[in-house]
Design a protein around this ligand. Structure first.
Ligand code: TTJ
Length: 640
């Protein structure tokens, strides 16, 4: 850490832009949503200020606490937000940071800012959305403090006590406003995943997450001297690495700081996570392009030098080289430019050449220094090429075959009659026993049904060729109509809703998880654009005389029994097949009365497959949904 006396910043550096009313009027515009995601976002918003201080070299310890009342405290050991009065405003810099939109410290050179950047909206937004916020600054032997309610100061900045002369840092405590947020209950695991990622990306920074809520008390420390190198080890844990070492390099070019870490594992998926100023860029951009170019060129050069590739053979493709690759590409840029529809794609062209240059040199050197590793990477890529050629042949064959079968639609599909895709739905049904009631219970104009036999292929574990040989998978792709990979075309989607309908038991949840994994890997656009749903069949029917209720959880069942009296009749549905046509239609299929979960993708933290679920109609959280949420992330560890 640099010495705290080295640099002096003052209130002049704080830029003043506009007032806070719009934030409370349209919170979604500033933090994306007022749901669980937005609630967690405001924590990152505050923490990112401390991370900036760490990136500037003045802070190496951040503590985040979920207090017993679901309020949050963030404390760092940085220089402390300036408290001096900004000329011309009569206000302290501290007050400006917390009450003026887009006010933040401007670093004079060498400062890579996380906060106030791509997603960063600043501390004032968090303040505006908090019932109460208190900030304390520890510096020069004093504790300065100010409090606010809904963003409005309720005290002046004043000294409320003394501290050790050498102590320095900032502490913010806030209570999210429950009239703004749909929920104010924090999820420890959500914060954990994101804070762990932040710690991986900022080597040496120690982040402590503490939960003080009754019955949930726990604490975790994230501190990685190896930074993204340890991140790659973490992601590859539980997979078989092709070689022991993790490649790592760092360098600076054009004032862009570049770090890359990578290691191959024996699986087939590529998992490349890219970051700009610690912010995940799921759409990639120039840094990703530079990475791919360098890797492809360096490995092909090496493979030729070592004669692993014959002169008559073509270069290995980037895709072949990246099979089973886990990589992190992290760049720090002072003023990054973003492009694309959602402004999430890095556009800064210098970043491509910085990553390309630094990686090419370092990776070539690494291969030369580690010939055994070099050989195994080349062999893996050559094998991948062979498998890909075979897969292409299998795919062509599948395509030709379906075309020959007339109309191209799979035989198992029970289609609907409507041709306007916007009105159509397809139910993917587990097992043949549920097919009958589903077929009879549907509205055949708008609802199609397709059965899955047994457990579908776990695409995390299979190579592409096996996928094209799998009838369940190719049948679904054909039925959906969009094609995959280069041929994917959302306009050809034959159903607006793809509804996964499985038994309400562990096997059913597992099948739903495998389905989601398949869709996530091969047709992610369908999830992104909100076409994928999970049906929610009831778990119980509680009846007495002519009166009956369906219940979707144990709690709901108990409530209904209480209502109808202890002599009520309770039947448990073990599977879809146990419901008669009318029951299945009413509870699970009829748009007027059913409950559906819509599947969303969450990319707040990059390294975990994170699917979230929005309930349409009703808000019962039942065990199966929890199972899917838990296991969608870990499906690669499940064996089929
Ligand atoms: C800015 O330049 C002058 C010296 O201090 C720099 C600064 O503001 N550092 C800083 C801010 N460290 N920590 C923060 C901070 C911490 C939290 C938890 C919340 C906010 C808004 C800022």
């Amino acid at each position: 850490m640099k010495n705290i006396e080295n640099e002096k910043y003052g209130a002049e550096q704080i830029q003043v832009l506009e007032g806070l009313e719009p934030v409370r009027v349209r919170p979604g515009m500033y933090i994306g949503s007022t749901g669980e995601r937005g609630l967690h976002h405001i924590v990152y918003e505050i923490v990112d200020n401390s991370v900036d201080e760490a990136l500037a070299g003045f802070c190496d310890d951040i503590k985040v606490t979920i207090e017993s009342d679901n309020s949050i405290t963030v404390r760092d050991n940085g220089r402390g937000v300036p408290v001096d009065v900004k000329e011309g405003t009569g206000k302290s810099a501290l007050e400006i940071v917390f009450t003026v939109l887009h006010a933040g410290g401007k670093f004079g050179g060498g400062g890579y800012k996380v906060s106030g950047g791509l997603h960063g909206v600043g501390a004032s937004v968090v303040n505006a959305l908090s019932k109460k916020l208190t900030v304390k600054v520890y510096k020069d032997g004093h504790i300065y403090s100010q409090t606010y309610e809904k963003g409005i100061p309720t005290t002046n900045v004043s000294i409320i006590g003394d501290c050790d002369k050498d102590e320095h840092g900032t502490e913010v405590h806030f209570e999210p406003d429950d009239t703004i947020f749909e929920t104010t209950i924090y999820n420890y695991d959500t914060l954990k995943t994101r804070l762990r990622e932040t710690a991986f990306l900022t080597k040496g920074l120690k982040i402590t997450l503490k939960d003080l809520r009754e019955g949930k008390e726990k604490e975790k420390v994230f501190h990685y001297e190896g930074g993204i190198k340890e991140f790659v080890e973490f992601i590859n844990k539980g997979k078989k690495p092709v070689y022991d070492k993790v490649f790592y390099c760092e360098g600076t070019k054009d004032n862009i700081l570049v770090e890359v870490a990578l290691q191959h594992n024996e699986e087939y998926q590529e998992a490349i996570y890219t970051f700009v100023n610690n912010i995940n860029t799921p759409e990639g951009g120039t840094h990703l392009t530079g990475f791919k170019n360098a890797l492809t060129k360096a490995l092909n050069d090496y493979a030729r030098e070592q004669k692993y590739l014959k002169e008559s053979e073509e270069n290995l493709s980037g895709e072949d080289i990246r099979e089973g690759l886990t990589a992190i590409v992290s760049v720090k840029i002072e003023d990054p430019e973003f492009e694309g529809q959602t402004k999430q794609k890095l556009g800064t062209s210098e970043a491509q050449f910085a990553v390309q240059g630094i990686l090419t040199d370092n990776f070539k050197y690494f291969l030369e220094q580690n010939p055994i590793i070099g050989k195994s990477i080349c062999e893996k890529a050559i094998l991948a090429r062979k498998a890909r050629d075979a897969a292409r042949k299998a795919r062509d064959l599948t395509r030709r075959k379906t075309a020959l079968e007339g109309g191209g639609l799979p035989g198992k599909l029970v289609d609907c009659s409507e041709r306007d895709a916007k009105l159509c739905e397809i139910f993917i049904v587990e097992g043949d026993s549920a097919l009958g009631p589903a077929k009879d219970g549907r509205d055949s104009r708008y609802q199609a049904v397709m059965p899955l036999r047994g457990k579908i292929l776990n695409v995390e574990k299979a190579n592409e060729q096996r996928m094209y040989e799998n009838a369940e998978i190719t049948g679904m792709i054909t039925a959906f109509g969009t094609g995959i990979k280069d041929e994917f075309d959302i306009k050809k989607l034959r159903y607006d809703k793809i509804i996964i309908m499985t038994d309400a038991d562990v096997d059913g949840a597992h099948i739903a998880t495998l389905m989601l994994t398949f869709l996530y890997r091969f047709l992610p656009q369908l999830i992104k654009e909100g076409h994928v749903y999970i049906a929610q069949p009831p778990l119980f029917k509680v009846s007495k005389g002519k009166k009956f209720y369906y219940a979707y959880s144990d709690a709901e069942k108990d409530e209904r029994v209480k209502e109808l009296g202890d002599d009520a009749d309770v039947s448990r549905y073990k599977g879809l097949g146990e419901m008669d046509t009318e029951e299945l239609a009413e509870t699970t299929m009829d748009p007027e009365t059913r409950v559906l979960l819509r599947v969303n993708m969450n990319d707040d933290a990059a390294s975990e497959l994170d699917l979230t679920f929005t309930t349409l109609m009703g808000d019962e959280v039942e065990p199966r949904r929890v199972f899917i949420e838990e296991n969608a992330k870990y499906v690669q560890n499940l064996d089929v």
